[in-house]
Design a binder for this molecule. Structure first.
Ligand SMILES: [Ca+2]
Ligand SMILES: [Ca+2]
Ligand SMILES: [Ca+2]
Length: 360
């Protein structure tokens, strides 16, 4: 094997496998950067206008939860047992990472080959170089084929990708109770009520909700005082002072407060109707190479389609006398490699005594 490097690209004459290879990283393979979406800045208040902090206002009446306002069916990402609602016999067990379930499933299913998931997921995401075929329980991951490249950071319809957090978001301005909000996100492209992993993500969610309170995917429904995320295993928290306080022993669902010019959190009645944010994991798509460019399967990117010709010697084996696209041409024991000032590639074929040129 001979290798030669010019201006960053490395070419290899692979005589054992009859091919010329180029180590190449195409700009088109890098994630498509969506314009950076910065959170709307929090208004800077002049000292003279600094508001007096409003005392935390808790509801004065304990709401009565109607049957439709409790969790009767476990959400995506959980295996279900029992019945009668989350506070009355229904048990929801979070699926581990690299498994998934759909709402109401009584077990978690292993992700298909070449895919992964976070704990508590309703779908799996194909690894780089693969794209999803099918959906739900019958989905699988297929490799990006020849003459395609992998485009990352794709979001379901309606969701917006954030390069700051590498995730997809859908802000929902309709106010729903906590359980209906979960169901809405699940039914919308297998999304989930947002998991906040960092202060960066917290600020981003706050920029979407603005002055409205918003549900987030954090609760202590299963065990009083033990707050868990519906999806994933974040350890980030940003509670308001004095929260969570489980007011009237009935607060199990966490909201981000926008109404008090903050982005801090409070545990609240799950029956309250509030806006919310759905999150979904970005996925890959296999995109066809632009005209005049080619790639092999699993390619990091596409490259200009080089043309190959023989410039010295002839080959008696007619199957080897081919010209045209270099990527579809055969070679015979390539050895030695050179590049001219224009980037054209030359190599020798030892067994058939000829020299070939790839025009790029
Ligand atoms: Ca997140
Ligand atoms: Ca509670
Ligand atoms: Ca509270």
């Amino acid at each position: 094997m001979t290798r030669l490097s010019v201006v960053g690209n490395v070419y290899i004459a692979d005589r054992y496998n009859q091919r010329i290879r180029k180590l190449y990283y195409s700009p088109t393979s890098t994630p498509t950067l969506v314009p950076t979406i910065k959170p709307t800045a929090v208004p800077t208040l002049s000292p003279s206008r600094t508001p007096t902090l409003v005392p935390t206002i808790e509801p004065t009446a304990v709401p009565t939860l109607s049957p439709s306002r409790t969790l009767l069916t476990c959400s995506d990402g959980y295996s279900q047992s029992g019945s009668g609602g989350i506070t009355n016999g229904l048990a929801c067990t979070k699926c581990s990472a690299n498994t998934f379930s759909l709402a109401g499933d009584n077990s978690c299913t292993q992700c298909p080959s070449n895919s992964r998931s976070d704990a508590g997921s309703g779908k799996c995401v194909c690894n780089y170089g693969y794209t999803q075929t099918g959906s739900g329980r019958t989905s699988s991951c297929s490799p990006c084929s020849k003459n395609h490249y992998t485009s990352t950071n794709q979001c379901p319809s309606g969701y917006k990708f954030s390069p700051d957090t590498n995730s997809c978001y859908l802000y929902v301005s309709d106010a729903l109770n906590y359980f209906d909000a979960i169901a809405f996100c699940n039914s919308n492209s297998s999304g989930y009520l947002v998991t906040i992993d960092s202060s960066t993500e917290n600020s981003y969610i706050y920029s979407m909700c603005g002055s409205y309170d918003c549900w987030i995917g954090y609760n202590d429904l299963a065990s009083e005082g033990s707050f868990v995320w519906l999806h994933g295993d974040s350890t980030y928290t940003n509670y308001d002072s004095g929260e969570p306080n489980n007011a009237y022993s009935r607060e199990d669902c966490v909201q981000m407060r926008g109404s008090q010019i903050s982005s801090t959190w409070n545990d609240n009645y799950c029956s309250d109707e509030q806006r919310f944010v759905c999150e979904a994991d970005p996925y890959n798509e296999c995109i066809h190479c632009p005209a005049g460019e080619v790639s092999s399967a699993f390619s990091l990117g596409c490259t200009a389609a080089g043309e190959i010709i023989t410039i010295v010697g002839t080959d008696n084996n007619s199957s080897n006398i081919d010209t045209g696209l270099a990527v579809t041409s055969s070679t015979d024991t390539p050895r030695g490699i050179a590049i001219d000032a224009s980037g054209n590639i030359y190599f020798a074929e030892q067994n058939v005594h000829r020299i070939r040129k790839i025009t790029v």
